[in-house]
Design a protein around this ligand. Structure first.
Ligand code: AN7
Length: 407
């Protein structure tokens, strides 16, 4: 049996693999999954066979033989070298890992394959989450695959169309909550405790185990050399914490020597982590009314703030915010210079990169990996708002020719 512990990052309390627990029962601190790394050999990671998240199952909290993963081939997303984008920003060595090419169209699948596999192992009667959209889409899909009921709470009127469509189509019970994401998370956490549903927001440490495989894939594609910096959008702050953990494990196993500078980008209207980082504080001050067109990261009270601040500070990274206009500009740059279609939140990583280069906080010769977390088609309404509409024409060659020539 795979040995691991579920341990509180604040007080060190330990919980067993059978416990259904999301935060520490003693101090309410965040939990982390800890392995006995002396039992894991570097070659088990470097020479692992297979593709995607489960390729790295030696670093996942399941028995190698017994567990049947609930999987839809998540992970194994492309890492593109982006020379045209790099040039326009004024840097030399830029890569984009397009997590929008996961089966549901976002990185959430990496966490859900692990989280829902755990849910099945525990024998829960249903799964639930609050969501700005992608989490609910992904959970609905994995719950369908596992054949268990799924309940999702979405902030009313603030979730991109493609994401709601996925949650509905895959059979989740979808609730449109009169409040924002933070309200939805507060409600679903109590609901899960009382109704014995399994909570699959990123406060659940099993989710982060799946998401940490982004770090493994990036490093493997770069011939087991870590980049200087990884930049990604931050909402509830699970992903940056997870990716940092992945890089930390590679270092612990002596596969790599360094950890990239973890660089988190938030929207100007929802930036509690950026504020805490800049003020040198250990804790965030939640924002009551987060607002941004990047609806995925419209979050005022990120649950994983403590892990994220540690990841950013201990890796020598930074946290920065970008405006909605900067996000839109970056969305166009990715789409038109590199052919990478992303939803607004994902473009925050490129907007942040551009801003930090202009501020002189990023060196020109750094090797940089930006994580684009969700696909363009998640938010088609935004595209229609920012792009020139199609021109209506008669079905007549001369008319169309005249228009093509701009006559
Ligand atoms: C495209 O779906 O929180 O910092 O409920 O969908 O790990 O929260 C989505 C988050 C970035 C932020 N990019 O990641 C949800 C949800 C996209 C996202 C984030 C989200 P975290």
């Amino acid at each position: 049996m795979r040995e691991y512990e579920v341990k509180c990052i604040r007080c060190g309390a330990r919980f067993s693999r059978e416990d259904v627990v999301y935060t520490c029962r003693k101090c309410d601190g965040l939990l982390d999954i800890k392995y006995d790394y002396s039992e894991i050999g570097a070659e088990q990671v470097v020479k692992a066979e297979g593709e995607g998240v489960w390729k790295y199952r030696v670093l996942l909290p399941f028995d190698e033989q017994e567990t049947k993963p609930i999987t839809i081939n998540e992970g194994n997303t492309p890492l593109y070298r982006c020379d045209r984008l790099a040039k326009s920003i004024g840097i030399d060595d830029l890569w984009v890992k397009h997590e929008g090419l996961n089966p549901s169209g976002s990185f959430k699948d990496r966490g859900m394959t692990v989280g829902v596999t755990k849910a099945v192992e525990l024998g829960v009667k249903g799964v639930a989450c609050a969501s700005t959209g992608n989490t609910s889409a992904s959970l609905a899909i994995f719950a369908a695959k596992a054949g268990i009921p799924c309940y999702v709470l979405l902030p009313k009127g603030k979730v991109a169309l493609g994401k709601v469509a996925q949650a509905m189509m895959h059979g989740a019970k979808v609730f449109s909550l009169k409040g924002n994401f933070d309200d939805a998370l507060r409600v679903v956490r109590v609901l899960c405790e009382e109704e014995k549903l399994y909570l699959l927001n990123s406060v659940n440490p099993y989710r982060l185990e799946g998401q940490k495989t982004i770090a493994f894939e990036v490093t493997e594609k770069l011939d087991w050399e870590v980049p200087d910096r990884v930049i990604l959008p931050v909402g509830n702050a699970g992903n940056i914490s997870a990716i940092f953990k992945g890089f930390s494990e590679l270092k612990t196993l002596d596969i790599t020597d360094d950890i990239p500078k973890m660089t988190g980008i938030q929207a100007e209207g929802a930036k509690p982590i950026v504020n805490a980082f800049k003020e040198g504080k250990a804790e965030i001050i939640p924002e009551d009314k987060p607002e941004t067109i990047a609806s995925a990261i419209r979050i005022g009270n990120p649950v994983n703030a403590a892990k994220a601040l540690h990841a950013i500070r201990s890796s020598g990274g930074v946290a920065e915010s970008v405006t909605d206009d900067e996000i839109t500009e970056a969305q166009f740059m990715l789409a038109r210079l590199e052919g990478i279609g992303v939803e607004p939140a994902s473009a925050a990583s490129i907007a942040g990169l551009k801003k930090l280069v202009e501020m002189g906080k990023i060196e020109r010769d750094e090797r940089i990996v930006c994580i684009t977390t969700g696909h363009l088609l998640k938010d088609p309404e935004r595209v229609i708002k920012i792009c020139e509409p199609p021109k209506e024409v008669d079905a007549d060659v001369d008319v169309v020719r005249a228009m093509v020539k701009g006559v």
